[in-house]
Structure formats: structure tokens, C-alpha cells
Design a protein around this ligand. Structure first.
Ligand code: ATP
Ligand code: MG
Length: 433
């Protein structure tokens, strides 16, 4: 049997005037029969439309097919647009023909069958058809689009860097080893070091790609595979970098707020884009806020989830926490000339307790200073040779940042757990489906 052709998607059909003929291809989301009257909700990639059919007004074969169509069957529905104040969108399709293109077995995603959230993620390949999950993924797509728009419209070059690498960027403990013939390599934790090489050819670059971290901590904000938006700029200091970060976050949020209204209503979240400038506090000030709330952190330690939550609750916009201590940072962070104990770096904390969504800072561009740091942190200068080499051949002052895609979405959409922000999440206990 030949697949019939569609004339419109569901969302388009809802904008047509009454009387317009429409041919849809989609899936049965809801079905309801009252005697000789049938109500269907048909879903396609664009959204949902209500379809009604009356026995005797459509061919018998089509009536039988519609009446017996199981939930999530792929179907063809043909009809006429009709105004109907009772329909959720004010319009419905009055059925004139119907065909099942590919039937579905008994749909397993029913409350009675789902014992836990884990079960829902075991069936993620099916669950993603739901209105909320599909809306989140569409919003994620808009986020990516706005990131590319932002960087391309400002003259950045989009580069790609290797996923198989020899050295750690963010500490050896979270590396995933991969057997590489007779050797061992690792999955990339960040593209930053490669971006630093690229800026000497291209000035300002960005990357959007996955990063891998073997973090066993089962938190609601860590995945083992996540996507990072990274940018690196030559001849750029730390203050200018923060302006770029806040502008990017504003652009992402306003694109989503403006272009994803329908999806946001399905998620049940209102997004208000935070206008730059974002507040800036120092690490010391953040420590004070945390201490006053009863969290004790020794100077020099990373803030940690709870302190970040407390600090970010004090602001209604994302807040930069600047000047992290050297000990709390990777080896490549530069210190200001007047204080070798801190770094020219900042974490961007999302408000409402969501915590860190980005880290950025100025990198060391002096060869000897970097070599000392590599040694101090117990890293092997030989595996770092190419990275150190950059400092021997005209490396200018430069800065960059990494913004997590899933963390940003989690905050903007108010998601309880980060895994909801990605189609097929990867966590310490989950690599299926
Ligand atoms: P954290 O301290 O929260 O574990 P980090 O400081 O180790 O994060 P960075 O190295 O600064 O992370 O990475 C840059 C950004 O990438 C982070 O600000 C965050 O948005 C995102 N990110 C880092 N690790 C993860 C992870 N395991 N899962 C999801 N996103 C992450
Ligand atoms: Mg960080």
C-alpha cells in the first residue's frame, strides 16, 4: 500500500479557515468513542489536533480503521477544518477518511504499568513522544540554534576538536579510558586546550560538542556525557569575557522566551530573559553568604553544590562568582598580578538555586608560568608539550568559557533533574536505551 501524502502539519491545520481540506500524517495520541461518534487527538512533529468522525458519514472501512486504531499507531487522517469552541485550540478536523499506516501494540506507558521514574527512563525511546519531553527537546533545539546565531553573527569560527585525547583538562579522576590499539586514550572532558591552539589562527572560535566525565556522584546536575558550548578569544581579558557570557545567556533565554511559547506552556514554565549586566560577587563574598547560612567551607575549596545553591538563591538573575582560589581551579588559570592566590576566573551561577552553568577565565599565556603550574599540579609536561609549545610562539593574552547545555536548560525550564534535558541521558547507572 502506498503511503498517502500530507497537505499540512497539525499546527498549520489549526491556523486554517473553516472548510479547508486537510490531509494529516501522524500518530494517535488519544482516542475516545461515544456511540457512533469518535474523537481522536492526532499528534505529529508540530503539535496536536482534535479530530472527530461520525459513523455513516465516512466510508465504512475508514470508520472501522479509526475506531480500532490503537494508541500510538501511525495513521493518515483526511478531513475538513471546522471551528469548534469546545476543542482545546478552537478548531478541529471533521474526518472524511482514515487509514492505519503502521499499527502500535498495546502502549506500555500507562500509569498502571509504570512503577517508578527509572521505568520511565527504561522506556525513554517511547516516552520521548510525550508532550512534555518533546517540548523540552524542541526548546533544546532552539537553544542550539540561538547559540550558532550568536557566534556566527559576531564573526566566530566554528571548529571541531578531537574526542579521543591523551591528556586531562579538568583533572584525571573523571577521565573515561578507551582502549586504543595497544595504548589507552581518554574521552574528551573539554575542547578548551584545542581551542587555545586554534585562536592563534582564527582569533575567536567556538565549539558545540559532547564532553565526557566519569563523575560517580549521583546528583541532579551531573551527566557522564553532556554537551558543552565553549568559546575562546585571543587578545581578550577576563572582564570582557564575562560580558560575552552574559550576552550569550541573554540571547539564548530571549530566543526561547520569544520562539517557544507553545512548548513552554507544555513544560509549564515561563522564561524571562535576564538582562545584562549580571551581578558579580567575589569568591570571598560568596563564602560569606554561605557561612552565614551555616555552610562551612575552608578558603581555597570549591564552593560545592549546596553553597552554590544558597548563593544563587540571593539573586534573581544569574550571578558571576569571581576570583576563585588557585587551589580550586585547573592548572591553566591565570592569576591577577597583585594576588597570586586567586585566579581571573568566574563561575556563572543560575538563580533559584540551580547553581553553576558556566565557568570561564583568562588563561596563562606565559611559557614559564604555565610550565611551573603543570609541574606543581603533578601533570606530565611531556603529554602537555604541544599545549606548552603554544606559549613559545606568540600566544597572546586570551580567555574562554564553557557553558553546559543541559545545565542551562535545566535552569531555564525548572527541571527537577538534569536527565530530563536530553533525549537519551547518560548517568553512572544508565547507558540504555
Ligand atoms: P561541577 O563543579 O558543577 O561538577 P565543573 O566546574 O567541573 O562542574 P567545568 O569544568 O567548569 O565543570 O565545565 C563547564 C560547564 O560544563 C559547567 O559549568 C557545567 O555547565 C557543564 N558541566 C560540567 N560537568 C558537567 C556534568 N557532569 N554534567 C552536566 N554538565 C556539566
Ligand atoms: Mg566549573
Amino acid at each position: 500500500m502506498q503511503t498517502p501524502t500530507r497537505s499540512h502539519y497539525a499546527a498549520e491545520a489549526l491556523t486554517l479557515t473553516a472548510g479547508t481540506p486537510v490531509r494529516l500524517l501522524g500518530w494517535v495520541a488519544v482516542k475516545h468513542q461515544v456511540g457512533g461518534l469518535l474523537f481522536l487527538r492526532i499528534r505529529d512533529g508540530s503539535g496536536y489536533i482534535q479530530v472527530s468522525g461520525r459513523k455513516g458519514t465516512i466510508p465504512q472501512e475508514a470508520w472501522e480503521a479509526a475506531k480500532d486504531a490503537s494508541i500510538e499507531s501511525a495513521v493518515y487522517a483526511e478531513g475538513i477544518v471546522k471551528d469548534d469552541p469546545r476543542a482545546p485550540s478552537g478548531k478541529e478536523l471533521v474526518l472524511s477518511n482514515f487509514q492505519v499506516i503502521s499499527p502500535a501494540e498495546l502502549w506500555p506507558l500507562r500509569k498502571s504499568l509504570l512503577k517508578s521514574r527509572t521505568a520511565l527512563y527504561d522506556l525513554r525511546h517511547l516516552a520521548l513522544r510525550g508532550p512534555r519531553t518533546s517540548a523540552i527537546i524542541k526548546i533544546r533545539s532552539k537553544l542550539m540554534e540561538s547559540v550558532f546565531d550568536y557566534f556566527f553573527s559576531r564573526g566566530y569560527v566554528y571548529i571541531q576538536s578531537p574526542i579521543l585525547v591523551k591528556a586531562a583538562v579538568e583533572g584525571g579522576a573523571t577521565l573515561f579510558p578507551v582502549k586504543y590499539f595497544d595504548d589507552v586514550v581518554y574521552l574528551s572532558q573539554s575542547a578548551q586546550l584545542y581551542e587555545e591552539a586554534a585562536i592563534c589562527a582564527l582569533d575567536k572560535v567556538f565549539i558545540v560538542q559532547p564532553a565526557f566525565r566519569a563523575e560517580r556522584s549521583k546528583t541532579s546536575r551531573h551527566l557522564t556525557e553532556f554537551w558543552m558550548i565553549e568559546a575562546e578569544l585571543a587578545f581578550t581579558g577576563f572582564e570582557d569575557l564575562m560580558k560575552i557570557e552574559e550576552e550569550l545567556v541573554f540571547n539564548i533565554s530571549s530566543s526561547i522566551a520569544n520562539d517557544c511559547k507553545e512548548e513552554l506552556s507544555r513544560v509549564g514554565k515561563k522564561v524571562v530573559a535576564p538582562e545584562p549586566p549580571f551581578p558579580r560577587i567575589t569568591y570571598d563574598e560568596a563564602l560569606d553568604i554561605a557561612t552565614k547560612s551555616g555552610i562551612s567551607i575552608s578558603w581555597g575549596d570549591d564552593l560545592g553544590t549546596e553553597a552554590e545553591r544558597i548563593v544563587s538563591l540571593n539573586f534573581d538573575k544569574p550571578v558571576f562568582v569571581t576570583k576563585y582560589p588557585v587551589n580550586a581551579r585547573s592548572f591553566y588559570h591565570m592569576s591577577p598580578p597583585d594576588n597570586p592566590k586567586v585566579t581571573l576566573s568566574a563561575d556563572l551561577l543560575a538563580p533559584e538555586g540551580y547553581g553553576e552553568i558556566a565557568t570561564g577565565g583568562q588563561r596563562i599565556h606565559n611559557y614559564n608560568v604555565l610550565l611551573d603550574k603543570v609541574r606543581q599540579q603533578g601533570l606530565d609536561p611531556r603529554t602537555m608539550k604541544w599545549y606548552l609549545d603554544l606559549r613559545r610562539y606568540g600566544m597572546p593574552p586570551h580567555s574562554g568559557f564553557g557553558l553546559g547545555v543541559e545545565r542551562t536548560l535545566r535552569w531555564l525550564l525548572g527541571l527537577r533533574h538534569i536527565r530530563a534535558s536530553t533525549l537519551f541521558p547518560r548517568t553512572p547507572n544508565r547507558v540504555y536505551p
